[in-house]
Design a protein around this ligand. Structure first.
Ligand code: AMP
Length: 594
């Protein structure tokens, strides 16, 4: 088979990479492609929206199947044109693509078929929209109707923001005709997840769950981007929820469309807000997501070309998806400044080294071949993707590879997958063991466990006394390494020798936290912890809560020496601290000016 993939991003590189593995595929083309895709397919300089030129090319090269990446081609009607010309193409037609191309169409459709989604109103005039906002003083979301490259949605905490969004879309026409109509909807809270499925208009064959990271900065702060990273599976989507999503969203959507006379063939992507057991549709996309496709296709085992042909032919009833149970994570590396202004043309180093790392595939997005190597050529530059036995391993592998790739101005989020890790961490075997001399030490020592939790490091807490339960304390220390513990934190008050006793029974690093529990206010504990005989070291922190937290920071830093994902989260934590201090300084300066 000859295959043509349309688009030039990380998603399209992943599609080309996966399709190239198919035994059915002989020759691959990509329009327009990028430097990474060029290693697997012949890139042709035709824009994704020049659908007439694409159809002519497909005819000339006798393309057996065209696979559409971006929504712009679908909404422009590429599928209708190709089908009219007798060319095989994977993706929904223009009518079906309205589900993404018009938010008004999508919301009205959802309401008509009782598919859960935020309450909404449609406005065609700015003044009536403003009036609605004035009468509804609560968080609202303002959305331009048409395609706006992910920038037409404004989540507004207050009325001022909502009024400004209306002006931007309807008066300033920031998105042109895409803003002739707007939606104002209720602001939902919860955790977002992406749910993609192949459908032939009858059968819905779900891919595993995934989660995107839209905001540019760590902790979901800053403006929205095309997507800064993704992972699959998303633990927020339990098996029970998967069934609920299929029964209350995916199947009713495909059936509802059929009732509207629309046969949807291709990938249907539901962006969902999940709050406990409650699911609401935020949006539909009518194509693969970018960057969710990168981890999803790394987990898909079978022949993608075969699945696409079955989707087109309405044969999905008999098809199965074979999914690798191992999680996969994609860290997007972008140009500094993106999604605003950014530089291009900078030489990328370390690509070969990263690509050789086990389980890693570096998908290209904005890259170009220059005379002396591959250079940046877009906001999102690479999607460094890795599979691992567990999610923490996949995260470490992706960050280990991202760290190996460099160019001046390279940026990436350091918390991709952290939300999922935090959900999973309670079930993982502990790496840090916090031992306290007494349960009365818990309020202070909890600071250590809390920090580990923030960093998604599995941690256990227990009570043992060097003097009152010496055998138990010794046993804890002796067994710890075998149980997978990497660092022990021991906190005790009075002239307690807990940390020292623990250190005497293990080769693991031990961190002592002196606690204020006597009339000597912790100095007794400090002196007994810090002054260890040579050869039996205890790293001693300050007295009390700050010491307990620092013990955990120190333990995490030790673990981070061999865990690149954790190293990235610690770097983000350091930046957070710096930002908080800067904010405090700014507030102080402002209050002094008043
Ligand atoms: P959309 O293109 O409609 O998915 O919107 C883009 C992003 O805006 C979503 O991924 C959410 O983060 C946010 N968003 C959209 N609608 C809502 C809503 N009703 N409540 C809260 N956040 C929303």
């Amino acid at each position: 088979m000859n295959i043509l993939v349309i688009g030039s991003g990380g998603r399209e590189h992943a599609l080309v990479w996966k399709l190239a593995k198919s035994e059915k595929v002989e020759k691959m083309y990509c329009a327009p492609g990028n430097a990474g895709i060029a290693g697997l397919a012949e890139c042709v300089p035709i824009a994704a929206t020049d659908i007439a030129a694409l159809a002519a090319f497909a005819k000339e090269k006798k393309i057996d199947l065209t696979v559409v990446g971006p929504e712009s081609s679908l909404v422009a009607g590429i599928v209708d044109l190709f089908e009219a010309e007798g060319l095989a193409i994977f993706g929904p037609n223009r009518q079906a693509a309205q589900l993404e191309g018009s938010k008004v169409f999508a919301k009205k459709f959802l309401a008509k078929y009782g598919i859960p989604s935020a309450a909404f109103e449609v406005f065609t005039e700015a003044e009536s929209a403003r009036e609605y906002v004035r009468k509804n003083p609560r968080p609202l979301v303002v959305k331009a109707d048409g395609l706006a490259a992910g920038k037409g949605v404004f989540v507004c905490a207050g009325q001022g923001e909502a009024l400004a969004a209306i002006d931007q879309i309807m008066v300033e026409k920031a998105f042109g005709a895409a803003g002739n109509e707007i939606i104002i909807e209720e602001c939902l809270s919860g955790e977002e997840a992406s749910f993609l499925a192949f459908t032939d208009g009858e059968t819905v064959l779900p891919l595993p769950s995934s989660q995107d990271h839209k905001a540019i900065y760590d902790g979901d702060r800053g403006p929205n981007t095309g997507g800064m990273g993704a992972y699959s599976p998303a633990p927020v989507v339990s098996e029970e929820l998967t069934k609920k999503i299929m029964d209350s969203v995916m199947l009713p959507t495909v059936r509802g469309l059929r009732q509207e006379g629309i046969v949807y063939r291709g990938v249907l992507y539901a962006g969902l807000m999940i709050n406990g057991n409650d699911i609401q549709v935020l949006e539909f996309n009518c194509r693969f997501g970018d960057p969710e496709t990168q981890p999803l296709l790394m987990r898909l085992r079978g022949d993608l070309a075969e699945i696409m042909l079955a989707t087109r032919a309405g044969r999905l009833k008999d098809a199965r998806l074979d999914i690798d149970p191992r999680p996969a994570v994609c860290v997007v590396m972008s140009e500094e400044g993106y999604p605003g202004h950014y530089e291009s043309g900078r030489k990328i180093k370390g690509l070969k080294r990263a690509a050789k790392m086990p389980g890693v595939v570096v998908f290209h997005a904005g890259t170009k071949q220059a005379d002396d190597g591959i250079v940046t050529a877009g906001g999102r530059v690479l999607g460094v993707t890795a599979r691992g036995k567990t999610l923490p391993e996949a995260i470490d592998a992706a960050y280990g590879a991202a760290r190996a790739i460099r160019w001046p101005g390279a940026y990436y989020r350091r918390d991709i997958g952290a939300k999922a890790l935090r959900r999973l961490v309670a079930g993982l075997p502990p790496k840090v063991l916090v031992i306290m001399g007494s349960d009365s030490d818990l309020p202070v020592m909890r600071a250590a466990a809390d920090f580990c939790k923030t960093m998604a490091v599995p941690c256990a807490m227990t009570v043992a006394s060097a003097h009152r339960t010496p055998k138990q304390a010794a046993k804890l220390a002796k067994d710890a390494a075998r149980q997978g513990i990497k660092v022990i934190i021991a906190g005790a008050g009075m002239a307690a020798h807990l940390a020292g006793v623990i250190a005497a029974h293990t080769d693991l690093p031990v961190i002592g936290v002196p606690l204020d529990a006597s009339s000597l206010h912790g100095l007794d504990a400090l002196l007994s912890t810090v002054q260890m005989p040579p050869g039996v070291p205890v790293a001693t922190m300050g007295i009390g809560k700050a010491g307990a937290k620092n013990a955990a920071v120190f333990a995490c830093r030790m673990l981070a020496l061999s865990e690149p994902g954790l190293a990235a989260r610690l770097a983000a934590y350091r930046d957070d601290m710096a930002r908080e201090v800067a904010e405090k300084a700014a507030r102080l300066a402002a209050s002094l000016d008043e």
